[in-house]
Design a protein around this ligand. Structure first.
Ligand code: PLP
Length: 374
């Protein structure tokens, strides 16, 4: 049975360029901190990948810090900013639908006495008016994601920047860019509007175990992992040279043609699913085209997931990380009622998906739903 994979928001199938980069660097075993030729060779590979990632974001290479994953980048940014800004203000503004790698460190700071303001993202749109009035009360930093991992909603980070600048609060803006990175055409969007931003290679055709943090020049973020002082002293630990090489290759590969293909598949899927009156589509006005959230009336998502999995089809309910943690807070923040959240499926699209796979997916979901309802 051939697998049909519609779970690219959980992780993408590594692209061929990433696989090739790993093969080509496999023998470059040196430690990039060593000053002999083996070390210098490994360092060259990292420098080249750093340039590719920086180019994809239209920023300077020394503004990119490689980390172990998107979660680490988020934790580094949030705990680093809290330490950096604590004397200025103990107030943080975030949204009510962040990924746990943002919401959990922020909840930890709340336990430690920080005041947290969570801005509504109802229907997938950030409430900018409330953000403006909250910024006026003062704020150490803002952490708001670019694109939501469960609904695909694209939050208006340019409006966040504008609101921060208008407020005169001097707040630093961190953005979890993990799902939105490379999914929007404007490659300057993040570097133009954010001070810090997090990324993960395995969401763009790279491999797991490598992420990045964009840190605008001039921001003196205290390090989170201490040790040998790698990555400009911001992230100690011997670098994952192969993973970083693959990250650079994937960042170059994920271009406008990949985006165009994904958008075609998204449109095809939305047209298909709109045909069934028992299926509701949760489509935010502004969204990335990699994530399509739907609810199948009267069928619990885990029952559907298991039935599809038995047919070799991989999708998820909500996000992969919340799969075993009960009701989704992001879908609640979107405004969906509990019964609808319980029957929500996340179909997420990658460069490999075809319209034939969409047809099979639609047929299997509708057939399974009809059988289960009977
Ligand atoms: N932020 C968002 C929005 C995500 O979707 C994810 C992963 O699903 C992460 C952060 C964490 O990334 P990683 O899996 O690289 O730790």
């Amino acid at each position: 049975m051939n697998m049909i994979y519609f779970d690219s928001a959980a992780t993408t199938i590594p692209c061929e360029n990433a696989a090739e980069a790993i093969k080509n660097t496999f023998e470059s075993f040196g430690n990039p901190s060593s000053i002999h030729s083996a070390g210098l060779n490994a360092k060259k590979i990292i420098d080249s990948a750093r340039k590719s990632v920086a180019f994809s974001l239209s920023c300077k290479p020394d503004e990119i810090i490689f980390t172990g994953c998107g979660s680490e980048s988020n934790n580094q940014a949030i705990f680093g900013l809290a330490k950096l800004r604590i004397r200025r203000s103990k107030r943080i503004i975030t949204s009510d639908s962040e990924h746990p790698s943002v919401s959990s460190p922020i909840a930890r700071l709340e336990e430690d006495g920080w005041e947290i303001v969570r801005i509504s993202t109802k229907n997938g749109a950030l409430d900018i008016k409330t953000l403006e009035s909250e910024l006026a009360k003062g704020c150490a930093f803002v952490s708001i994601m670019l694109a939501n991992n469960e609904t695909g909603a694209l939050y208006d980070i340019a409006a966040v920047r504008k609101a921060i600048d208008k407020s005169g609060s001097g707040a630093i803006f961190h953005c979890d860019g993990v799902q939105g990175y490379l999914k929007v055409a404007d490659k300057r969007l993040i570097s133009k509007n954010c001070d810090l931003a997090s990324f993960s290679a395995h969401k763009i055709g790279g491999v797991k175990g490598v992420g990045a943090l964009y840190c605008k020049s001039g921001i003196k973020l205290p390090p989170f992992i201490l040790g040998g002082g790698q990555e400009g002293g911001l992230r100690s630990g011997t670098e994952n040279v192969l993973g970083i090489a693959a990250f650079g290759a994937a960042a170059e590969w994920f271009d406008s043609s990949v985006r165009a293909h994904i958008s075609d598949i998204y449109s095809y899927l939305t047209q298909l699913f709109s045909k069934d009156p028992n299926i509701s589509l949760h489509i935010p006005e502004k969204h990335i085209d990699t994530v399509l959230s739907i609810a199948v009336k009267g069928v619990r998502s885990e029952v559907m997931l298991n039935a599809l999995s038995a047919e070799g089809i991989c999708i998820s309910a909500g996000s992969a990380c919340s799969a075993r943690k009960g009701i989704s807070h992001a879908l609640g923040a979107f405004g969906l009622p509990k019964e609808e959240i319980e029957s929500t499926l996340r179909i997420s699209i990658g460069a490999h998906n075809t319209t034939d796979e969409c047809d099979i997916l639609f047929q299997k979901i509708t057939e399974t739903a009809n059988r289960l309802r009977r």
